[in-house]
Ligand binder design. Structure first.
Ligand SMILES: Cc1ncc(COP(=O)(O)O)c(C=O)c1O
Length: 393
């Protein structure tokens, strides 16, 4: 026999999952219902209504697909991209690469707009590439690039896509619930996210939304959607079908949908604007403290995502030693660098529930102590001192 499952307490300050809200975890213990039970259908309706508010959209085709953020990415691309379609993908980090990879697997002819890791993609660069591609079908950008901590401006890129007759897709896996997505106001055609970052739920669902323009593109496909599981026309019947037209597609995760419904209630109870400001404020304090102990931001100024701060690892400091001791001594998880930033930067997530003053002070004091013990020369107490100034105003 194995022992009962008991895990050590952790402070989750990595790239996700972040801390799940206690009300969300409690909602998951709600008894099972059948996937077509009228009471569960009501829960589905509530969840979609709440999701639309967080996405800032009235799109009918809004729902959580089963699976993590990557399932949303696959769903977005598999439904819209047909073999031979021209797809333009902004690549400024690891997740832009993933979009390009999946778009190519869908048969898309992918053109990348690349910039250096840690920087945003300027609109002019996107315009230049789009102009060279004949009949682009889709322009895709990652909003919050979790590998670099860059928050990509979307507005101009959306206009460029539409002026050239293309749909616009935004990966909002890291941004939704932490910074404004405003789908309708910005005219984003497709956006997807996850539940385990700024929505403060467990991983397992990927909220996604398609504009009417994107739905028309799906309905007018020449080839069938290759994926059965992620076929939005089938999922639409299950999630949005009227009475007898609502049909079984697959057994959705009942408990995760309870969780998402509660997570969205928590988000909207706090208020979107208050929540966005909280993320900005805590990120500002974290960065002030980090800079005070010589940890420089790896993301370009003016384009830093408040939910994920990347910090360059100082010369002579061993990445793994510090992260291992953060876990062992304090139970704090921070993220290792990915791709180009592997071994060169840390990724500190302040997402959803995890974005609070207590965590900022804790991670700064722990980092400062461990850095000093590794031979990094800084004045003791300076990280917390700098952060507390931010909280004092
Ligand atoms: C920007 C971005 N897109 C996509 C993904 C993939 O999401 P998941 O790991 O939930 O499948 C992630 C995961 O961190 C991400 O940060």
């Amino acid at each position: 026999m194995y022992d009962e499952l008991i895990v050590s307490p952790r402070v989750l300050l990595g790239p996700g999952p972040s801390e799940a809200n206690a009300r969300v975890l409690k909602a998951m213990t709600t008894p099972m219902l059948g996937y077509l039970d009228t009471e569960f259908v009501q829960v589905m309706g509530d969840t979609v209504g709440l999701l639309r508010r967080v996405f800032g959209t009235e799109n009918r085709l809004t729902l959580p697909v089963s699976g993590t953020g990557t399932a949303g990415m696959e769903a977005a691309l598999a439904n819209v991209v047909e073999p031979g379609d021209a797809v333009i993908v902004g690549v400024k980090g690891y997740f832009g690469e993933r979009i390009a990879d999946i778009a190519a697997r869908c048969g898309g002819i992918v053109t990348k707009v690349e910039t250096e890791w840690g920087t945003h993609i300027p609109a002019e660069k996107i315009a230049e590439v789009v102009a060279k591609v004949s009949t682009p079908k889709l322009v895709a950008l990652v909003h919050g690039e979790t590998s670099t901590g860059v928050l990509q401006p979307l507005k101009d890129a959306i206009e460029i896509a539409h002026q050239n007759g293309a749909l616009f897709l935004a990966d909002c896996v890291t941004s939704l619930g932490g910074q404004p997505v405003d789908m309708d106001a910005l005219d984003i055609d497709i956006a997807y996210s996850c539940t385990q970052k700024c929505l403060a739920g467990p991983p397992g669902l990927s909220p996604i939304s398609f504009s009417d323009r994107a739905v028309d593109v799906i309905r007018n496909r020449k080839t069938p959607i290759q994926s059965f599981y992620l076929d939005m026309t089938l999922l639409e019947n299950y999630w949005h079908g009227e009475k007898e037209k609502r049909r079984y597609h697959h057994t959705v995760s009942i408990s995760l949908i309870y969780a998402l419904r509660e997570a969205l209630r928590v988000v909207l109870e706090e208020g979107l604007d208050v929540r966005y400001k909280r993320h900005v404020h805590n990120a500002r304090a974290l960065l002030a403290g980090a800079k005070a102990i010589g940890l420089q931001p790896a993301a370009e100024e003016g384009y830093r995502a408040p939910m994920l701060t990347t910090l360059r690892i100082p010369d002579g400091i061993d990445d793994a030693t510090i992260r291992t001791r953060l876990i062992a001594d304090y139970g704090i998880e921070i993220g290792a660098g990915l791709g180009v930033f592997a071994g060169k930067a840390w990724r500190i997530g302040l997402m959803g529930e995890s974005s609070n003053e207590k965590n900022v002070m804790l991670v700064l004091s722990a980092l400062e102590k461990l850095l000093i013990e590794s031979g990094h020369r800084v004045e003791r107490g300076s990280a917390v001192h700098a952060a507390s100034h931010v909280y004092a105003v």
